[in-house]
Design a protein around this ligand. Structure first.
Ligand SMILES: C[S@@+](CC[C@H](N)C(=O)[O-])C[C@H]1O[C@@H](n2cnc3c(N)ncnc32)[C@H](O)[C@@H]1O
Length: 265
C-alpha cells in the first residue's frame, strides 16, 4: 500500500467525494444502540469516527496502509475506536460485529468474493453489510476523458497502453447483487447512483489524487517500466486536461457512478 501511504497526509482534506458518499452509506445502515462495527479500508478514519457517533458500542477500523492508520489513530484517540493495519484478507473474526461498513475500498479488493465470505462469518446473525464503491468501467467520465486527452502525447500514450486497471468493477447493480447473494447475503438495497458536483479544475485534480492515482501511478499496474519523468508528465497532463475541460464558468461536472449496497446475513 505504498501509494496510499503517499496519499495519507492529504487524504482527509481531499477526499470530498468519498466523504459525502460515505455519509450517505452510513444513513442506509440504521446504526443504533450498542452495535459493534467494523470499517474495512477505513483510510484516515474520518468515517470510522462518524460511525462511532451512531453507536455506544465498539468500532474497529482496518486498513493495509500504515500511514493511513497512523493518521487515523492520531486524529481519533477514542477508547471505543481501535485502528489496525490489516487488509481484507486478514479478517478472521467470527460473529464479532453487527455491521460491516466498507466505503470506497471494495474496488481495491483482489478477491471480492473471498472478502464477502469472511465478512459474512465476521457478522453476528442478522448483522448487516454496507458497501459503497465506484462502479462500472465508466466510473468517472471526467477522469476517463482527461486520460484520453493526456494520451494525445505519444510518450504518455505508449506507456498508458500497458496500463492494467487494478480495480474491481461490475457493470450493473444486478451483477453486484448476484455477487453478494452468492456469498450468502440477502440484498436489502442495491443501486448504482450517478452523483455529480460542479468543481474547479484544481478540486477535480485533488479528488483524482485522493484515490485514483493509487492505481494510475502504481508501477505494478503497467506491463513495462516507466521512462524517466513519466509520473510528473502524467500528472501535469491530467492537471492541464482538467483545465481545458472546464466550462465557461470555470467548473467541471464531476460525476461518479457508485454502487450502494446493503445486505444482511
Ligand atoms: C479511497 S480510500 C477510502 C478510505 C475511507 N474508507 C473513506 O471512505 O474515506 C481507499 C482505502 O482502501 C484501502 N485498501 C486498499 N486495498 C485494501 C484491501 N485489500 N483491504 C482493505 N483496505 C484496502 C486503502 O489503503 C485506502 O485507505
Amino acid at each position: 500500500m505504498a501509494i496510499f501511504d503517499d496519499i495519507a497526509a492529504r487524504y482527509r482534506t481531499t477526499s470530498l467525494v468519498q466523504a459525502s458518499a460515505g455519509e450517505q452509506l452510513i444513513g442506509l445502515l440504521d446504526i443504533s444502540g450498542s452495535m459493534d462495527l467494523l470499517d474495512v479500508g477505513c483510510g484516515t478514519g474520518n468515517l470510522t469516527a462518524a460511525l462511532a457517533g451512531r453507536t455506544s458500542g465498539n468500532v474497529t477500523g482496518i486498513d493495509p496502509s500504515e500511514a493511513m492508520i497512523r493518521e487515523a489513530s492520531t486524529a481519533f484517540p477514542d477508547p471505543r475506536i481501535s485502528f489496525r493495519v490489516m487488509d481484507d484478507t486478514g479478517m478472521d473474526d467470527e460473529q464479532a460485529f453487527d455491521v460491516i461498513y466498507c466505503n470506497s475500498a471494495f474496488q481495491w479488493f483482489r478477491n471480492p468474493a473471498r472478502f464477502l465470505g469472511k465478512a459474512r462469518k465476521a457478522l453476528r446473525p442478522g448483522g448487516r453489510i454496507g458497501v459503497q464503491a465506484p462502479a462500472t468501467r465508466q466510473y468517472c467520465p471526467v477522469f476517463i476523458e482527461a486520460i484520453g486527452r493526456c494520451c494525445a502525447d505519444p510518450s504518455i500514450r505508449q506507456v498508458f497502453s500497458g496500463f492494467r486497471p487494478p480495480w474491481f468493477f461490475l457493470e450493473s447493480a444486478e451483477a453486484y447483487g448476484d455477487l453478494f447473494e452468492a456469498a450468502g447475503f440477502r440484498v436489502l438495497f442495491c443501486t448504482i447512483e450517478e452523483s455529480g458536483s460542479f468543481r474547479t479544475p484544481r478540486e477535480v485534480f485533488d479528488v483524482f489524487c485522493s484515490g485514483a492515482t493509487a492505481g494510475y501511478l502504481d508501477p505494478s499496474c503497467y506491463d513495462c517500466p516507466w521512462p524517466e519523468g513519466f509520473e510528473n508528465a502524467f500528472l501535469d497532463g491530467m492537471r492541464r486536461s482538467f483545465e481545458t475541460m472546464a466550462a465557461a464558468d470555470g467548473k467541471l461536472d464531476l460525476m461518479f457512478r457508485r454502487i450502494f449496497l446493503v445486505g444482511d446475513r
